[in-house]
Design a binder for this molecule. Structure first.
Ligand SMILES: NC(=O)c1ccc[n+]([C@@H]2O[C@H](COP(=O)([O-])OP(=O)(O)OC[C@H]3O[C@@H](n4cnc5c(N)ncnc54)[C@H](OP(=O)(O)O)[C@@H]3O)[C@@H](O)[C@H]2O)c1
Length: 249
């Protein structure tokens, strides 16, 4: 069978990643998801959509596991697909603390490993595995937090700023891959729940986020995923490396 798109997405078990995965279940496509948990319902949905699905369970905050997962997944990619797509979406906002309280180096390293290290490891394995393919796209899910300081998010802001600059470096290296680091806006997911449960001493803006939720200002994962999938498929994908989905209709 001819494969139209081979897509690999991290963090597809919940939130934005799950909504993106549902949208990627297209007939004739192949989807590979990576997260710690397995999604039984997605198996059924893939089968009814006529999409090949492979779910890989891995803890991407563990660099050894992330490296092994990247090597294994990318080595098994089918040849000859029309498009290869990597979506680095898995991420964590923890630890949420003021700079003087960021004393747990393991928690800091886990966030960097998930948000940055695994993304770089997956991207390099993807670049190797898809060498010679004409249509290769990488979408890194960044955040406005990588572009604007937010008190209490020293680690999160630093990881997302790293994702932005890493994406710009890959673009500058001219691998023949289109790459975008995209801020997705504020979305009603488990991550936002976690943000709203922060204490005000650690995260002074907690009230503002609670208010946005109460006022229904959070976008649904499905609506954001639909916009992002449309954006990815567009011919102009990759022309703006640092982008924000809110800049697009
Ligand atoms: N929500 C927002 O308002 C917002 C705003 C800006 C940017 N973002 C970014 O959007 C992306 C998705 O966020 P979200 O709100 O959808 O988050 P979420 O609801 O917390 O979901 C996070 C996803 O990442 C996976 N994940 C977490 N830790 C992992 C680990 N150690 N190894 C492998 N997978 C792991 C989770 O799967 P398992 O638990 O099954 O492993 C889950 O599928 C993130 O990069 C986030 O920074 C979100």
């Amino acid at each position: 069978m001819d494969i139209s798109t081979v897509a690999i997405i991290t963090g597809a078990s919940r939130g934005l990643g799950h909504a993106l995965a549902l949208g990627l279940l297209q007939p004739g496509a192949q989807l590979i998801t990576i997260a710690r948990s397995h999604d039984a319902a997605l198996e059924q949905q893939a089968a009814s959509a006529g999409c090949l699905l492979q779910q890989v369970q891995a803890d991407l905050s563990d660099p050894a596991a992330a490296g092994a997962c990247a090597a294994k997944v990318m080595a098994s990619l089918p040849q000859g697909a029309q498009r290869y797509l990597l979506i680095n979406n898995a991420g964590t906002v923890a630890p949420i603390k003021q700079a003087a309280d960021l004393t747990d180096a393991n928690a800091i390293a886990a966030a960097f490993n998930l948000n940055v290290t695994s993304l770089i490891a997956l991207s390099s394995a993807f670049l190797h595995a898809t060498q010679g393919a004409t249509d290769r796209r990488i979408l890194n899910i960044s955040s406005g937090a990588g572009r604007n300081p937010m008190p209490g998010w020293g680690v999160y802001c630093a990881t997302k700023a790293a994702v932005d600059l890493y994406s710009q470096v890959v673009h500058a290296e001219n691998h023949g891959v289109r790459i975008v680091s995209l801020a997705p806006g504020v979305i009603d997911t488990g991550m936002q729940k976690q943000i709203r449960s922060s204490d005000a001493a650690s995260f002074p803006n907690v009230e503002r986020f609670a208010q946005m939720h109460e006022e229904g200002q959070l976008a649904t994962p499905a609506a954001v995923a639909q916009k992002i999938l449309h954006y990815i498929a567009h011919d102009s994908f990759g022309s703006t490396v640092l982008d924000d989905i809110r800049n697009h209709a």
